[in-house]
Ligand binder design. Sequence first.
Ligand code: PLP
Length: 363
Amino acid sequence: MTSPIEIELKPSAHPLAAEERQARLANPGFGRFFTDNMVTIRWTEGRGWHDAQLVPYGPLEIDPANAVLHYGQTIFEGLKAYRSADGSIQTFRPYANAERFQASARRLAMPELPQETFVAAVEALVQQDAEWVPSQDEASLYLRPFMIATEVGLGVRPANEYLFLLIASPAGAYFSGGIKLAGSPRSTSGRAGGTGAAKCGGNYAASLVAQAQAAEKGCDQVVWLDAIERRWIEEMGGMNLYFVFGEGENARVVTPELSGSLLPGITRDSLLGIAGDLGYATEERKISTDEWRDGNAAGTLTEVFACGTAAVITPVGSVKSARGDWTVGDGNPGPVTLKLRDTLLALQTGRREDTHNWMHRIG
Ligand SMILES: *Cc1c(COP(=O)(O)O)cnc(C)c1O
């Protein structure tokens, strides 16, 4: 284990007044407000990672010929810090995010930030801006690490300079009673081929047309199907999907297998463990849109939900697709979905014993 580089602390001399901060924390929404500080670390070819600083949150000065503005060499992560009932602050599986950040970097020909440095940046910012970690039930401080190319020049090749940044934004509790999904083969063509397993900006840019078309049809989100046969379900917008077969103790909890083109979600992975803890059988395998439609009609496929760091678990209420439109179950959140959601949140907020050793205490 290499020791993380030292982060020089140069926090804002003018943090937001406590009253204004409280007003923002009372109704944070998602991604609207940012804390007083941020972390920046530079990478230069030959020199490696250097110049790690915690500085006041603020705009960057960017040359118009900066490579990231033209060719999109940018990756990101998302994780949350929760305040437990005893006042302590914990993050959920930060090393899993650090590892995935390295995998995304490899895919985009960017340098890998050492995992210890990634976690040290998270610790430094959360400690500095600890008063921004909400204490309301299920509210959190959402952490957004990201990296951009910073070399100036229009030549197409991996840049020789990069900037890692970490910003933080308070997030309110979120629960939707049942989202409407648009599943359509053409949605796959909107997905950048071959980078689906990397958390990169380009995947999202390529998804926006399909997302806008789904919204026109009255849907909230798009289901991505595999790009070749266009019938295997991969994931939903920025969340992974889970399918529940059967009921009660005999419920089976199934999620599409990692194919190399869907994002290996940390929530997805954690739920495989938690479902097992609760006594449900779990499976990772292929699921087609036909199996979803027919299982739903037959009553064997009882619940469907999406999962990810930002929204935790969100039930799917209905589907519109080229292969038919249907309501999932009775359209209401199912009992297995709600139990998994409660259990995961209890773990993340320190109300359930952390048998998997997933919580990382910060302050
Ligand atoms: C981040 C993300 C997810 C969810 O991953 P988590 O680690 O659970 O937050 C799923 N799909 C996509 C496309 C994502 O970018």
